[in-house]
Design a binder for this molecule. Structure first.
Ligand SMILES: [Ca+2]
Length: 408
């Protein structure tokens, strides 16, 4: 039985009960109604039981409803709890995303700072190199102003086109002389070796100390620089224009003398030597090597194998143009051999011999001693390697016909 039907019966019963009591208290004029009431009264007990049953049912129903409501509230509570957990999780994830975004932005900023810093360092390095070159040029200018001097104790009264001619004119004592070079007849001070192997040698290069800077520009190597001494231990370069002038007059021999820090002296003789004009960038011609009988030091101008198969090819100086730090004519595509080697020379890529490099006291030196990390000493590779500085070197030239001239 449903609830609303139970309620209707109760209402009908109570109405009938009132009618029955009215009939008891008054004389009924309608027996049929009283009879009905009487019947209903008789059923009161049954109805009361049914009422109790209904009440019980309602109570049970109410308890079920309460349980359902409690379960629903529990579910709602769990749902709210889960929502809170999800909300917290989303918040934490959002915080993580924010943190990662911030970190990425910081990394981007740091990366940009590193890039800008690297660019600044490169720019500063470039500016530093330009500054070094300017300082170097000022040092060269300052030293050139007082570098070439003639000492009064040197014999030098005889003048000739070269030392061979001076010898033939009677200048038989080694020392400083004046020679005429080129068509302009400019007098040039030079050391004449009139003793070695019959004399007649014009010294075009002498290097024994770092008192004179050899890391000079094109113009300086073109015109010559340094100091000529009376005993042949000066520091000078006769000048590419002068060397070209002398070597273009006649077939020349060239002799290189080298000395190490233990007092050992050697030489290399070349039966052909010449330097082209400036239009060829003073290209070197050298051949006909003859070693020293007391110890062959090797033909360094032909290149040398330092341990890699193509070393000879890339260190060969024969046929190479002259290079200075401000005029790169070498074959080293990614660098400047003259800058690395601390002096002008006929570099290939780069050198087996460099007599215009620096002098290192004691001979042995290492990368950390250099500016650029490359060998930059005064070297003769086949004899002592790249990392041994010679103590003293000289280059002398003499006409191939000199001996016959002396004999006549
Ligand atoms: Ca180069």
């Amino acid at each position: 039985m449903t609830l609303w039907k139970g309620t209707l019966l109760i209402v009908m019963f109570l109405g009938a009960l009132r009618i029955a009591k009215t009939c008891q208290n008054t004389v009924m004029s309608c027996p049929s109604t009283c009879a009905v009431a009487s019947d209903l009264e008789r059923d009161e007990e049954l109805i009361n039981r049914q009422m109790m049953q209904l009440t019980q049912n309602m109570s049970t129903l109410c308890q079920r409803i309460k349980r359902i409501q409690m379960k629903r509230e529990e579910k709602q509570q769990r749902h709210r709890q889960r929502n809170m957990e999800l909300t917290n999780l989303i918040s934490r994830q959002q915080a993580t995303v924010d943190l990662l975004t911030e970190s990425r932005n910081r990394l981007g900023d740091r990366s940009r700072e590193v890039t800008e810093g690297t660019n600044d360092i490169r720019r500063l390095a470039d500016e530093n190199r330009v500054l070094e070159d300017r300082i170097q040029q000022k040092v060269v200018s300052a030293r050139s102003a007082c570098s070439v001097t003639m000492e009064t104790t040197c014999p030098g009264t005889i003048v000739g086109r070269d030392c061979a001619e001076i010898y033939n004119f009677g200048g038989r004592t080694s020392g400083a002389y004046l020679i005429t070079t080129g068509s302009t007849d400019v007098l040039r001070l030079v050391y004449c070796d009139q003793d070695t192997d019959g004399g007649g040698w014009t010294q075009i290069h002498s290097h024994a100390t770092n008192d004179v800077e050899f890391n000079r520009d094109w113009q300086s190597y073109k015109s010559g620089f340094g100091q000529v001494s009376c005993n042949g231990d000066g520091n000078y370069w006769l000048g590419n224009e002068n060397i070209h002038s002398v070597t273009s007059q006649t077939h020349q021999h060239m002799r290189v003398d080298v000395e190490d820090w233990n007092g050992a002296s050697r030489f290399a003789l070349y039966t052909h030597f010449g330097v082209g004009s400036e239009s060829t960038d003073y290209t070197l011609t050298v051949s006909g090597y003859q070693g020293d009988e007391s110890g062959d030091i090797g033909d360094a101008f032909a290149g040398h194998n330092f341990g890699i198969s193509d070393d000879v090819l890339i260190t060969k100086h024969k046929g190479m143009p002259f290079s200075t730090y401000d005029r790169d004519n070498d074959k080293y595509m990614t660098g400047n051999c003259a800058r690395h080697g601390s002096g002008g020379w006929w570099y290939n890529s780069c050198s087996a011999v460099n007599l215009n490099g620096k002098v290192y006291e004691g001979g042995y030196y290492q990368k950390s001693d250099t500016i650029y990390g490359y060998d930059n000493a005064m070297i003769w590779g086949p004899w002592k390697g790249l990392w041994y500085s010679l103590k003293k070197t000289s280059m002398k030239i003499r006409p191939a016909s000199f001996h016959s001239t002396v004999q006549t």
